[in-house]
Design a protein around this ligand. Structure first.
Ligand code: G6P
Length: 438
């Protein structure tokens, strides 16, 4: 890329995470010359957007950067001529997330933001909106890169890749968090580690880990099985069974607990829902505190309290990617892109999460070929669910939706799948125009 001043459009700019993104921009101005950031949100997020704009301005002024900041509800103005469009919005806000978490647990099914029926509901609400955003990008910034954080990131990226012409890469903070946690247990710098990552978003395995070229996979599995810190702020840290890790012979991601330790995770979710509230309900409190802090006119940096949220390192993941694209680094990043042969048994157009080479030309996954049967079954089942869920969200078709939920490995039988689906459709009625004819 040759532009000497970049424009970023941040969709969902009123998010409490945004100060981390701004910090990431300010840290890299020597490599990534951002000249303009346009934060955009919807009416319901107006107040938060104004608070974020004021804090971001103080952060920019503090380092004397020359970045023009704008905040508005005008998505098209934000997207127009942007070089990068970053998407991090939540349709229906935290209340919709709380519903996603509470509906399934009534049926003894995992209730979680991105996996299981909760992630499915979020995909139904989100995919029509992202496709709409993509129409604006196709028209107003056809050369822009869309970096998507919006959950469920794998499904959202798959919808964009299948149904639009927008250049897109999906991103998550789990891979970088895995690297940081492994570095901590190995007492080394993260840059000294190499991980061979391949799987799906929030279902990512590091099949091999190396420290300065030495294979340390078995050591890492030992340490994780021995209780080393291996979780994110938003995921209950259920201990891993060391014998299982030995059998798996791949390093799971923290989200794998929902699939491999379903009983314990469900029990914890139900207890939390009955006591302190589901994760979304806890986050509502954290958000209030964060926005109260953000309004302090003496605050001109990202406050430490933001670390209570699960999204640690997300700005590093995204700004390092911007750097790789802008400077044509041809460097390695873990991203969500179409498979194109990287995992031998998956279709080319399925979006996977994997280590990829990234440059100005895009992202190309490193091939891992045939994966072990220990991971294959679960990965295929989740991918089948994802494919069906993306189609369901796109078409608003009840039958496809039913099949998607029935195919989800966290939903144990079709009577529960149907009951949960009907409740999701009822509860989310206002956010699901594609199902309107039902
Ligand atoms: C993790 C996930 C993100 C998710 C976040 C939720 O970091 O990778 O996809 O958005 O947690 O954190 P929260 O603090 O909102 O529960």
């Amino acid at each position: 890329m040759s532009r000497s001043s970049l424009k970023l459009a941040i969709i969902g700019g009123g998010s409490s995470y945004t100060p981390e993104l701004v910090e990431g921009v300010l840290k890299r101005l020597d490599q990534v010359p951002v000249g303009e950031i346009h934060f955009v949100d919807v009416e319901a997020g107006r107040e938060k957007l104004d608070i974020i704009l004021a804090l971001s301005q103080r952060m920019v002024d503090k380092v004397g950067a020359k970045i023009a900041l704008t905040a508005s509800l005008d998505r098209r103005a934000a997207i127009k001529d942007a070089d990068f469009v970053m998407t991090q919005f939540r349709v229906g806000g935290l209340q919709a997330r709380a519903n996603d978490e509470r509906i399934p647990i009534q049926y003894d099914v995992i209730g979680q933001e991105t996996t299981g029926p909760g992630g499915f509901a979020k995909a139904l609400r989100t995919i029509p909106v992202i496709l709409d955003i993509c129409k604006d990008i196709e028209e107003l910034a056809p050369n822009a890169w869309m970096l998507n954080f919006t959950n469920p990131a794998g499904l959202v990226t798959e919808a964009v890749s299948k149904y639009t012409k927008v250049k897109t890469i999906g991103l998550c903070n789990v891979p970088v968090s895995m690297k940081m946690m492994i570095a901590e247990m190995m007492e080394c710098e993260p840059e000294e580690l190499s991980l061979e990552c391949a799987g799906l978003n929030h279902l990512l395995w590091a099949h091999k880990a190396w420290l300065r070229g030495e294979d340390i996979t078995a050591t890492v599995l030992d340490k994780v099985g021995d209780g080393a810190n291996y979780s994110m702020k938003n995921i209950h840290e259920e201990p891993w069974d060391p014998d299982f890790l030995l059998a798996l012979n791949a390093i799971p991601c923290p989200y794998h607990r929902y699939f491999y330790q379903t009983d314990a995770m469900l029990a914890e979710e139900k207890a939390a829902a009955a006591e302190g509230g589901t994760r979304a309900e806890q986050v509502m409190t954290t958000e209030k505190e964060l926005f109260a802090l953000y309004q302090d006119e003496g605050l001109d940096k990202k406050p430490e309290q933001l670390e209570q949220r699960g999204g640690a390192y997300y700005s590093d993941a995204s700004l390092n990617l911007v750097d790789a694209i802008y400077n044509n680094r041809n460097s390695l990043h873990v991203v969500n892109v179409q498979n194109n042969g990287a995992i031998a048994s998956l279709p080319d157009d399925a979006v996977i999460e994997c280590t990829a080479v990234v440059g100005s030309w895009g992202a190309k996954p490193l091939a891992v070929g045939h994966l072990s049967p220990a991971v294959l079954g679960l990965m295929h089942q989740v991918k089948a669910y994802e494919t069906l869920a993306v189609e369901a969200a796109y078409t608003g078709d009840y039958t496809k939706s039913f099949m998607a939920l029935a195919a989800n490995p966290l939903v144990p039988d079709i009577s529960r799948a149907k009951a949960i689906l009907d409740e999701i459709l009822r509860t989310n009625h206002d956010y699901l125009p594609q199902f309107a004819t039902r």
